[in-house]
Design a protein around this ligand. Structure first.
Ligand code: ZN
Ligand code: ZN
Length: 356
């Protein structure tokens, strides 16, 4: 499996005439060799790979790293890279420019003066854009775990309960179901706070009749889930019901339109044009969605400016919303995997308007 992932590097070796690629981004390292620790580097040549770490990680690397030779670097890692480059004639090495700081690059360039370093841009991360079966299974599992955690927490949502209490209860439920942690700081935004698309849980107490937007996700085996529900705590105002219904229809229309070959821009427009025709075009400011995987936000991007096209195996969110300053907001989000002719929804919390 990991070897087949490395085949995705082939086009970079060819396009840039490289002898090796150096990875320091932990997500890419995990994807390509299985190492889940917090420090290391992976050097991949056309026919070999070396995982470099210090003594703190040697045992973990021996356990986790697949299809790569583990090399413990006693002193400075860059010296080991120089030695490998000379031993195996790796004269031209690509590196992840998008994940390298200027100072790290300067240090590397100084030490590797005999080697040509080639900047590989953010498109290197595209190797992870289409998920393989193992990843889809992991993303499916974490999505299910997270949706079940929400279902367990819903009965706790009552007038007087603070947004942070809900966020904490949700995290506890996720962890007790096997999550390593939360995928991001949950958004729990009630009443007027719902107008903030990224309103993190505050100590505000929820009032009767308020809408509550909960955007949540779990992290397991390095993979993230992402889902949003907007519920009503007690009988909502008619306008809130109407907005929920518009967002729900926009969400459903977009999910129905997901298929390989559709451009992400066109898919965004499916939801956006519906919301615009209902008179709320100015109240949907963000893109329709994003890729989810080893990062919570990764490629592709679903927005009016996107140049991406959906392909089978991509895992993306569909999350239209309407935000009205001084009133509140509604967002509904599911994570889906693009299949051969449509999509399968991985997240499973009910998206109908739930009145608690
Ligand atoms: Zn979300
Ligand atoms: Zn999202």
């Amino acid at each position: 499996m990991l070897k087949s992932r490395r085949l995705r590097l082939k086009r970079f070796f060819e396009e840039y005439s490289l002898q090796a690629i150096l990875f320091t981004d932990l997500r890419n390292i995990r994807y390509l060799c299985g190492f889940s620790g917090s420090e290391g580097a992976l050097l991949v040549s056309r026919d070999h790979a070396w995982f470099l770490c210090d003594s703190r990680y040697t045992a973990q690397a021996a356990d986790e790293v697949q299809a790569a030779e583990v090399k413990e670097c006693a002193a400075i890692r860059i010296d080991t890279i120089v030695a490998l480059a000379h031993e195996f004639s790796l004269g031209r090495i690509g590196f992840e420019a998008a994940h390298t700081t200027v100072s790290a690059f300067r240090r590397m360039a100084e030490k590797l003066s005999s080697i040509e370093l080639v900047e590989l841009g953010p498109n290197l991360d595209e190797i992870r854009i289409c998920k393989d079966d193992v990843e889809i299974e992991q993303l499916s599992m974490v999505a299910t775990l997270s949706s079940l955690a929400l279902t367990a927490v819903l009965p706790k949502i009552k007038p007087g309960v603070r947004e942070v209490d809900i966020a904490l209860a949700l995290e506890l439920e996720m962890r007790s179901r096997g999550a390593e942690g939360k995928a991001f700081d949950f958004i729990v935004a009630s009443g007027e706070r719902g107008a903030m698309p990224h309103g993190r849980a505050s100590d505000k107490a929820i009032q009767s009749g308020e809408m509550v937007t909960i955007d949540f996700g779990a992290l397991k085996d390095g993979y993230h889930s992402d889902e949003t529900v907007t519920i009503a705590c007690g009988k909502p105002e008619n306008r809130a019901r109407e907005i929920h219904s518009i967002v729900k229809t926009a969400h459903d229309l977009a999910i129905e339109a997901v298929r390989p070959g559709i451009s992400c821009k066109e898919l965004d427009e499916v939801a956006r044009s519906y919301i615009r025709n209902k008179g709320y075009g100015d109240n949907f400011g963000h893109g329709l969605g994003h890729g989810v995987g080893l990062e919570i936000h990764e490629m592709p991007t679903l927005s009016p400016r996107s140049i991406d096209v959906l392909k089978e195996g991509m895992v993306v969110t569909i999350e239209p919303g309407i935000y009205i300053p001084g009133f509140g907001g509604v967002r509904i989000e599911d994570t889906v995997v693009v299949t051969g002719n449509s999509c399968r929804i991985l997240t499973s919390a009910d998206k109908q308007l739930l009145v608690l």
